[in-house]
Structures are given as C-alpha cells and as structure tokens.
Write a protein that binds this ligand. Structure first.
Ligand code: DLL
Length: 434
C-alpha cells in the first residue's frame, strides 16, 4: 500500500509540493481517460489527450465537471475501478433530485482518514485526546470521516452520531471528551443546553471541529463562550472525499487545503476564468490521488477565496477562506443577493443566538422576506423585553447590511426548531409556485 501518512507535506517548500501535484495530476488524468467514459468523451471533444497534460500548469485545459454530470452518471458511471475493488459508498445529503453516490477503495479511505487525522492534529489534537464525534454516521460523510481520522491518530473515539442530546451531554461529562466534532448549529445547541443545566464547569472540552454548513465569526465567538473551547472550521464534500479536504489550524485564519490530494482553483462562476488569490469566486477541486471516484475540476458551487500567504503555524499549504455559502444557497430577494450568513452576522452582533429562520414569499409580483428570531432566555426574563423596539432595531441593521427592507418577528425562546445535523435556515415558498 502507498504510504500516504505524510504530515510533513504540510510544511513542504511550495516548489516540491507543486512537483508532487504535477506528477499525481498527470497520472490521474491518464487514469480517468482510460477508465471513465464521460472523461474520455469530454477530452476527445475538447481535442486533448493525457499527453497534453504535463503538470499543474495545464490543469486549465481540462473540462469542468458539475453536479448535474454526476447525477447523469448515477449510479456507476463515474466509478473508475472495478466495483470489486471498492469497499465503501457514501452519499451527499441532498433532499431533492438524485443523490450523488461516491465510491472508495481501501486506499481512498486510508487517504481520507489521513486528511481527517491531519485536521485533528491541526487543532492541537493528539493520541491522548477523547474525540467525541456527533456528526451523523451512515451515508453522510461527517461521522465516518472524523471517526477514521481519530482512529488513525490513535485517539480514543466516541462514535456518538447525532441526536439524543441528553446522552451526548452525559457522555461528554462522564467520559471527559476533549474534542467535539459536529455541525456548528448543533454545537451551539449543545452549548445552550449545557449552559441551561449549569454544566460548563464539568466539561473537559478544549476544541471543536465544526463544519458541513456555513457559519459566521460571530457564531464562532458564541460557541467558544458557551462551551469554553476554541472552535475550528473544517470543510469538505462527499464528491471529493468528505470532511478533511481542508481544516483550520490553531491560527484560526482560513482552512489549510490538503494540497497533496486536492488541487483547488477559484473561478468566475459565469465565465469559468481562473481568479487570483483574494478574489471571491466558485471553488473548484481536482482530486489527484483518489482511485474509485476521481473528479477533476469539479465545480463545488461554494463561494470563497484562497490565499497562498504563509501561515503563522508554519504550514505552506494554501488556505481557503470560510465559504460564505453556496451559489445555490444564495437567495435573490427583490433583485438583491442575500446570504443567510449575512443575516446571521447581524443577529449575533445584536446579542441574539443563532436561532432564526428566513421566510421568503411572493405576493403578486413582489418578493417578501421575513426573519423570525428567538429572544435569548436572558432577554425573555427581562421585565420589559420591548419587542417592537427590538424588531425595529433589527430591521434597521438588516437594511444597512442588505440594502432592502426585511420584516422581522421576534419570537419566544425555544420556538424555532433545532437541527442535529445541517441547519435549515431558509424556507423559500416561491419555489412551491414554480
Ligand atoms: O458536509 C462533509 C463535511 C462533513 C464537511 C463534516 C465538514 C464536516 P456534503 O454533505 O457532501 O459533505 O456537503 C458538502 O457542505 O459543498 C458546502 O456547501 C458545505 N460545507 C461543508 N463544510 C463547510 C464549511 C459534507 N466548513 C457541502 N463551511 C459543501 C461552509 C460547508 N460550508
């Protein structure tokens, strides 16, 4: 078996890293050309053969792959090895349309474990930690990914899966969990529950590895306060591997991409042009070591930017900034682009918790947008919570953030449904009329 346990790659001089990427890319292009009909046909259409790809400088010559392509190829069309060489299937969490299924050989799983192990090490984890995994297990990659990383590192792993908050808190306190892995919305919910029960002092938690959904700096601050930990962002997607494609280090200044396995690009979503560091665009990944489900130039629809500046932690790998949302998460209301994360930023700044729901509708030809936000338990205990004044203030702050009129309804604590996995923040009723 190839030894992919090479954490020293994270601090390799760039020249060496790019040489390694080039070698792996050349081999991967040959692999997909020979084994995936769709790639073969697309390359023929584009008038290129594997011989035209000499290294990463030729990456831009390859055609993009989209989620629709993967849906068209469902279930086995993109599998590049005999099925008998695959040992695992995982699937995206989409609720509409055909799900994407991804295949893994044992070697693919080893690489993924390694990436998640590096993520845990990056946040200060060691084999002496107790890693509490509250991401869902099953087809979703969250649980299996962090579980594999924790094993790889030799840490004590608690495969909690999501849900059953009572038991989560009991095990966390009784078994002394030190690193919590779950979605940021669930971490926030756990933090609220722990606070309500006065159990914060009994926790041994030091860090959290939170991802699978967009979350803001304000939300990070709230979770850190509620749980008394450092909260780190982790990113990934089923099509490319799962969690661990990138993760923050202790500098909390962007997520280091595991570039020896995944080459990132940022493109203009409309023209496909590759954009320079610092410019926001659509994130595109090429997986250069995966054998069963190797995607080249896969358009993630996530919007963010990259930086190659050296990080204070010493890693030389490129960092991606927190995705502000997916291009398809963005809602266009009254002609204006709105991301739920912008609304969250305003609410958290005003002292609310991240318990909110955005309702979008259309009356006649006019769009409407209403945000429901919960009072915190402290606000609700206030003798005069003065709801109309609060609503007016939020309306005014949202107006200056988004430039449009948003209706706001402040509701009592615990009236908005909590999520144990990825949070659902938007109900766009206009979709029902399509
Ligand atoms: O969400 C993998 C994952 C599990 C990542 C646990 C991190 C932790 P999917 O279900 O395929 O896989 O969803 C992938 O989720 O394209 C992004 O839109 C979003 N996403 C993932 N991580 C982040 C993050 C997993 N840190 C999709 N910030 C991606 C913002 C994220 N969005």
């Amino acid at each position: 078996m190839t030894n992919y346990y090479q954490p020293e790659i994270e601090t390799m001089p760039r020249e060496e890293l790019e040489k390694l990427q080039s070698e792996r890319l050349v081999a991967q292009v040959k692999h997909v050309y020979e084994n995936v009909k769709m790639y073969h046909d697309r390359m023929v259409e584009a008038g290129i053969t594997p011989e035209d790809i000499h290294g990463i400088e030729d990456l831009h010559k390859l055609p993009f792959v989209t989620k629709d392509d993967l849906r068209d190829q469902y279930p086995y069309g993109m599998c590049a090895v005999p099925l008998t060489d695959c040992v695992r299937i995982q699937s995206t969490s989409g609720t509409t349309g055909r799900r994407v299924v991804a295949f893994y050989t044992q070697e693919d799983l080893d690489i993924w474990d390694e990436c998640c192990a590096r993520a845990i090490v990056g946040v200060g984890g060691t084999k002496d930690d107790v890693v509490h995994v509250s991401y869902g297990y099953g087809l979703f990659t969250g649980g299996p990914g962090l579980n594999g990383g924790s094993h790889r590192l030799g840490s004590l792993t608690l495969p909690m899966s999501s849900g059953n908050t009572e038991r989560q808190i009991q095990f966390m306190t009784d078994l002394g969990s030190t690193i919590l892995c779950c979605t940021p919305s669930y971490a926030h919910f756990l933090g609220e529950e722990i606070k309500a029960r006065g159990l914060k002092d009994q926790l041994k938690l030091k860090a959290g590895i939170f991802g699978a959904e967009p979350w803001t700096e304000e939300m990070r601050h709230n979770i850190e306060e509620l749980l008394g930990i450092k909260a780190y962002d982790i990113y990934g997607l089923t099509e490319i591997a799962g969690p661990g494609v990138s993760c923050e280090c202790q500098a909390q200044a962007g997520m280091h991409i595991q570039e020896d396995h995944f080459i990132p690009e940022i493109i203009d979503p409309d023209t496909g042009e590759v954009l320079p560091d610092g410019q926001v665009g659509e994130l595109v990944f090429s997986s250069i070591t995966k054998k069963a489900f190797p995607l080249l130039r896969y358009r993630t629809r996530d919007l963010c930017y990259l930086t190659h500046e050296k990080c204070s932690c010493g890693r030389t790998t490129v960092r991606m900034h927190k995705p502000m949302g997916r291009s398809d998460d963005m809602i266009i209301v009254k002609g204006v682009n709105v991301f739920p994360s912008q609304i969250e930023t305003v609410l958290l700044k005003l002292g609310y918790l991240a318990n909110y729901m955005i309702y979008v509708d259309r009356i006649g030809t006019k769009d409407t947008i209403e945000v429901h936000v919960e009072l915190t338990p402290e606000m609700a205990q206030d003798e005069y919570p003065d709801i109309p004044k609060r609503e007016k203030r939020i309306v005014s702050e949202l107006k200056s953030m988004l430039g449009i009129q948003v209706d706001v309804k402040v509701v009592p604590p615990q009236t908005i449904q909590r999520s144990e996995g990825k949070a659902i923040r938007v109900m766009d009723k206009r979709n029902l009329y399509r």
